[in-house]
Design a protein around this ligand. Structure first.
Ligand code: NAP
Ligand code: G4F
Length: 354
């Protein structure tokens, strides 16, 4: 809990507050938006790092956006980038967070083969830049690193905290680097730094090019007569898919623990891509074989064949357990995409600008 200097237009006000302050990188992403909601509901003041873009990139935050001109604003967004180390130091000075949730990353595995250098810089080096910004600003804070089951790569399931890493992509390798620097700063500087090793988690806010959302959006369009084919890559790979809002709760619990540690977060059940396709098409009453075709353009130079997590430590230490599994997840995502498309077609999704 810190005295916080808060920009208010041109002036700045130093506000002494007893509520907890969190800084979230990647706040505009799927997990960042759910985490921001969770932290606001718990009474936190939430600061988010956003990238400058030529288009709006805060769509997932629109429903919790607070006008900075209002009183008692508890959600504040700051321009920055994981490339910009000095900016990160300045942000730490400004916000003085009690907790830092580092979710920002180039998070697409296939894209990481096309942009390996960039992915290494943002997803790997970005983590050490943030850790160094914490040290340079001299603040005491708790740090969460968004580690990934992609780090296990080709190591067979079930995967837990003791399973060796064998990443299969530039993204996975960058996450292994970020994992180890987080452990290193805990051991070297006594930082409360923790890795959440999260298995795939999805939602109606999932990025449109990840496989689950690509499938559920296509189903809505096929049903509406706007699309006739869905092109996918490897249908045989297996993933342990959970529901994102449940996973951000696990992140928060990790930073409330007595001691920093690393935790696998997973459902413990895996399904193939083809099975997810079946669950999703069945929900819409469509026969998937009529619409799905394979396109080698979506294959990766190396694939992660089977991820299935063992989250016993999270259950024992954090009392956290997944409750939503892939069949239900597929149904809720299909329903959400059908409703969203109906809203879009009826012109009910007009953005309110401020
Ligand atoms: P996401 O939807 O792709 O969000 C990524 C976030 O990172 C976005 O807010 C993005 O900003 C931001 N970002 C990208 N490059 C940046 C840069 N150079 N500087 C600052 N911010 C940058 O990812 P997610 O699914 O929410 O996942 C959150 C984190 O968990 C990521 O680190 C991901 O690698 C990791 N993870 C995800 C899963 C999963 O299944 N979802 C599983 C394990 C680990 P823009 O909105 O401007 O693009
Ligand atoms: O949905 P995906 O792109 O997710 P992937 O590669 O498992 O990565 C996600 O989960 C990781 C956790 O394990 C995160 F760290 C990472 O940030 C990201 O959130 O692909 C899932 C599977 C792969 O086997 C892929 O080859 O689906 C297969 N797939 C088949 N057709 C496809 C497609 N994936 C995509 N994106 N697009 C396709 O057309």
């Amino acid at each position: 809990m810190a005295a916080t200097t808060i920009p208010r237009g041109d002036a700045e006000a130093t506000v002494s507050t007893s509520r907890k302050t969190a800084l979230v990188t990647g706040i505009t992403g799927q997990d960042g938006s759910y985490l921001a909601e969770l932290l606001l509901a718990k009474g936190y003041e939430v600061h988010g790092l956003i990238r400058r873009a030529s288009t709006f990139n805060t769509e997932r935050l629109d429903h919790i956006y607070q006008d900075p001109h209002d009183r008692d604003v508890r959600l504040r967004l700051h321009y920055g980038d994981l490339h910009d180390g000095v900016g990160l130091v300045n942000l730490m000075h400004l916000v003085q967070p009690d907790e830092v949730y580092h979710l920002g990353a180039q998070s697409h595995v296939k894209v990481s083969f096309e942009m390996p250098d960039y992915t290494g810089d943002v997803t790997g080096m970005g983590t050490i830049r943030l850790l160094e910004a914490i040290r340079a600003s001299g603040i005491s804070t708790r740090f969460y690193q968004a580690s990934s089951s992609e780090m296990f790569g080709s190591t067979p399931p079930p995967q837990n905290e003791g399973t060796p890493f064998h990443p299969r992509s530039p993204y996975g390798a960058a996450k292994v680097y970020a994992y180890w620097v987080t452990v290193n700063y805990r051991e070297s500087y006594g930082m409360f730094a923790t890795n959440g090793i999260l298995f795939n988690h999805e939602s109606e806010r999932r990025g449109e090019t990840f496989v689950t959302r690509k499938i559920t959006r296509a189903i809505a369009r096929i049903q509406a007569g706007l699309q006739d084919k869905l092109y996918l890559g490897n249908l045989d790979a297996k993933r342990d898919w959970g529901y994102a809002p449940e996973y951000v709760e696990a992140m928060w619990r990790m930073l409330q623990a007595d001691e920093p540690a690393d935790f696998v977060v997973a459902t413990g059940v895996s399904y193939s891509i083809e099975q997810f396709v079946e669950f999703a098409f069945e929900r819409a009453g469509l026969e998937w074989q009529k619409y799905v075709e394979t396109d080698p353009a979506y294959l990766r130079p190396a694939e992660v064949d089977n991820l299935c997590g063992d989250a016993s430590r999270a259950k024992a230490v954090l009392n956290w357990e997944a409750t939503t599994h892939a069949p239900e997840l597929a149904r809720l995502m299909v329903d959400a995409d059908i409703a969203l498309l109906a809203d879009q077609l009826a012109g009910r999704t007009v953005r309110v600008d401020r």
